[in-house]
Design a protein around this ligand. Sequence first.
Ligand code: ADP
Ligand code: MG
Length: 304
Amino acid sequence: MTTPSTNTSTVIRVRDLTKTYLLGQTRVRALRGVSLEIQRGEFVAIMGPSGSGKSTFMNLLGCLDRPSGGEYWLGGALVSKLTPDQLADIRNRRIGFIFQGFNLMGRATALKNVEIPMIYSGLQVAEQDRRARAALQMVGLGSRLHHKPAQLSGGQQQRVAIARALVNRPSLILADEPTGNLDTRTSVEIMAILQTLNARGMTVVLVTHETDIANYAQRQVTFRDGVIISDHPVADPRSARVELEQLMKQVVNAPANAPRAVMGAQPASGTPADDEDTAELLSAVATPPRALDDLEAIRREDAP
Ligand code: ADP
Ligand code: MG
């Protein structure tokens, strides 16, 4: 096997990756030979119809599952050669996951949910608390630390999940249909957070089957039947923050009783509570968050 040329800016490199599931007597060839490179700091959208292998691919990238064949290098390490402990370490410290269904603990507050990835980190409880607060501030939920998932909107729950993905300061964010259960405006809010994280240096790989959402990315890779059928840069990616700021201007300028505009693919106005929530989120992502810098500093301190 040949080792790929060392390129420190390559985060992900896969070669002829295959995955075959055994379903009873049937073999399902979910991935049939995928080769791809992703550089540090990229924002990539993985697209394709249902069943095309997107989630299978993400699970392999995230070291949640093993390929049937092919090679996967993550940050220069050949994943298939790593021990289970090393894999777990990479998952916990280098990768943040965001799923369509949020996967929060229903009985725990936002703060407790965000502390979960740090339970085995060896950090002092006070430090875990400080980090979790910073991550929640970062996603505009600084005023909802003690809310439980049922007391939050879908978009707010997904933002808690993003904060949870952030607390260990991953360099790679993997998001599988994170806006799949959300309305347009809330989806744009999630994209504003992901674009901010990306601008702050995180590599983002996002699965979506919606073209509108994929247009916030810098590059679009399309799967069909377990192979990549296209891979191209996005000429002029949308800016979620600009779109939300425009929306908020309209809200401020609108006469009190004017009907609230619905703008198709643009984020639509919501209730006054929604507007307040968007404003809080915008200020969190617009003031390049001290909270995030805070986490970066800590991350460096306890780096091996
Ligand atoms: P996508 O995320 O693009 O919708 P998936 O990666 O979930 O696609 O699925 C790709 C194919 O693999 C589909 O045919 C799906 O039914 C099959 N598949 C996915 N996971 C499993 C599994 N755990 N066992 C058997 N078949 C699976
Ligand atoms: Mg899927």
